[in-house]
Write a protein that binds this ligand. Structure first.
Ligand code: AMP
Ligand code: ZN
Length: 467
């Protein structure tokens, strides 16, 4: 079987075929963070989803070139930078660094390119220039430049490819200057925003006067520069479908006359009590909030990967505790397999990798993938408990996990070594048992427990396990 993915453009699941199938290369662009604050874990659901797509394409033998932009100039950023009295780059630099740190904590593979919008202003001006030349864009009296939807349609192009728009929704001749607006107010949108006093010293020269770019043009410029005028795959959260991605298509195709992106994928939202997790509703957790509560990046990543990417789901701390328990179950099984496998080595057990791959080939159905993994864990545990799993089989199971984990990115739990004082308590307990002083041995065991460590008696002797 080969990979099939839902394409927002056709609203159907279809075989994934890149522009150059023979080269097995894929150009992939994911809209990156707007760096005006710490990202919340709703934002990270989308980035972990993009990481899953990238990992699965690589697992399927594609050579992926992954680009994610950093939006470092935009309406909200300017407002917040002004409030903080910092220069734009100094303000955005802080949140960009924090974002990348969080991205690593969540075990996401770093994109091959991380272009910043402010480093690509000349590319944006060039696209706007092409649109003006083709009369698909016009300069307004204040020096701003707007995209002309009516002219675009007169060229035979369709505005409203990703979302259905009825003609009443389009208000040709009217304008929206804001970067974000509703479907109902679809109208000519800003490509270039003329300098206003509130922008302070954030402005660039352009053929239309001083100003700054609109948000949508940023992604058209950076994606086409790094991946070509037509490329394979464009991703983002579902709230970006309109107007951001619709406008990206219009600007890019309006300027080049060529199809922009073959395949669009959108991740569903992370919710809190049925509502989108968002800064404006105040119902969010940053990654840092959860790390402070003692959760690990690995556990949070697991939670963000539990549901199918096109299904929204509610974030709860109970759900996160469920992820901790699920990972602990996997970790325990892997630790036992490692012991049974000892020095043995074997190729991956296809009986588990094949159904896992079949699940993911069908629009990345990871929920079905987890079912495969948990059946397998149960089966391994049963066989090991019955003493029926040989070293070779255990090694094959471990190789299978490594292969599947190439996609999941959860890694093996780092072995936790107990602190020295706990190890010396264990030594004293072993001596007490040897001396048949069971009362002392029990007291030492209790002391270890209150320090957070349990004693596990194994064939190779007693060892400590974190409670
Ligand atoms: P921003 O930094 O606001 O541009 O958002 C970065 C990414 O997070 C975008 O792809 C958004 O679609 C996505 N996003 C925002 N809120 C959520 C949410 N609650 N669940 C999933 N993705 C989200
Ligand atoms: Zn974008």
């Amino acid at each position: 079987m080969s990979l099939r993915l839902f394409n927002t453009l056709t609203r159907s699941i279809q075989p994934f075929t890149p522009l150059d199938p023979a080269a097995r290369s894929v150009g992939m662009y994911c809209c990156g963070p707007t760096v005006h604050d710490y990202a919340h874990i709703g934002n990270f659901r989308t980035f972990v989803f993009a990481d899953l797509v990238r990992r699965y394409l690589q697992f399927s033998g594609y050579n992926v070139h992954h680009v994610m932009n950093i939006t470092d100039v935009e309406d909200k950023i300017l407002r917040r930078a002004r409030e903080s009295n910092l220069a734009l780059r100094e303000f955005t630099g802080r949140y960009e660094a924090a974002f990348l740190q969080d991205f690593d904590t969540l075990l996401c593979r770093r994109p091959h390119a991380l272009p910043r919008a402010t480093d690509h202003i000349s590319e944006m001006i060039a696209i706007i220039g092409r649109l003006v030349e083709r009369s698909i864009a016009y300069r307004a009296a204040d020096g701003s430049v707007f995209f002309n939807i009516e002219r675009y349609r007169a060229c035979g192009c369709q505005y409203g490819r990703l979302v259905h728009l009825n003609s009443e929704a389009l208000r040709p001749g009217e304008r929206v200057a804001s970067d974000e607006y509703e479907k109902e107010s679809a109208a000519d949108f800003a490509l270039w925003k003329a300098r206003v006093p509130e922008d302070g010293d954030v402005f660039w020269e352009s053929p239309w006067g001083e100003g700054r770019p609109g948000w949508h043009i940023e992604c058209s410029a950076m994606s086409m520069k790094l991946l070509g005028e037509s490329f394979d795959l464009h991703l983002g959260g579902e709230d970006l479908v309109f107007p951001h991605h619709e406008d990206e298509i219009a600007q890019s195709e309006g300027a080049t006359g060529r199809p922009f992106v073959r395949h669009w994928m959108h991740g569903a939202h992370l919710l809190v009590e049925g509502k989108k997790m968002s800064k404006s509703l105040g119902n969010y957790f940053t990654l840092r909030d959860l790390l402070e509560k003692g959760y690990t990046g690995r556990e949070i990543r697991h939670l963000l990967l539990t549901a199918h990417y096109r299904e929204s789901f509610n974030f709860t701390l109970d759900g996160l505790a469920g992820s901790r328990a699920a990972l602990a179950r996997i970790d325990e099984c892997l630790a036992k397999l490692t012991e049974v496998a000892a020095e043995a080595d074997a190729p991956p057990d296809a009986k588990v990798v094949a159904p896992f791959k079949a699940a993911l080939d069908e629009d990345l159905n990871l929920s079905a993938g987890w079912a495969v993994i948990f059946d397998w864990v149960r089966e391994c545990n049963r066989a090991m408990a019955a003493g029926q799993l040989g070293a070779e089989c255990a090694a094959a199971a471990l190789s299978a996990w490594r292969q599947m984990d190439d996609v999941l990115g959860l890694g093996l739990k780092a072995a936790q070594s107990a602190p020295k004082e706990m190890l010396s308590l264990l030594d004293r307990r072993n001596l007490a048992r040897k001396a048949k002083d069971f009362a002392l041995a029990d007291a030492l065991r209790d002391e270890l427990r209150s320090g957070g460590w349990a004693i596990e008696d194994t064939a190779k002797g007693a060892r400590l396990k974190r409670l």
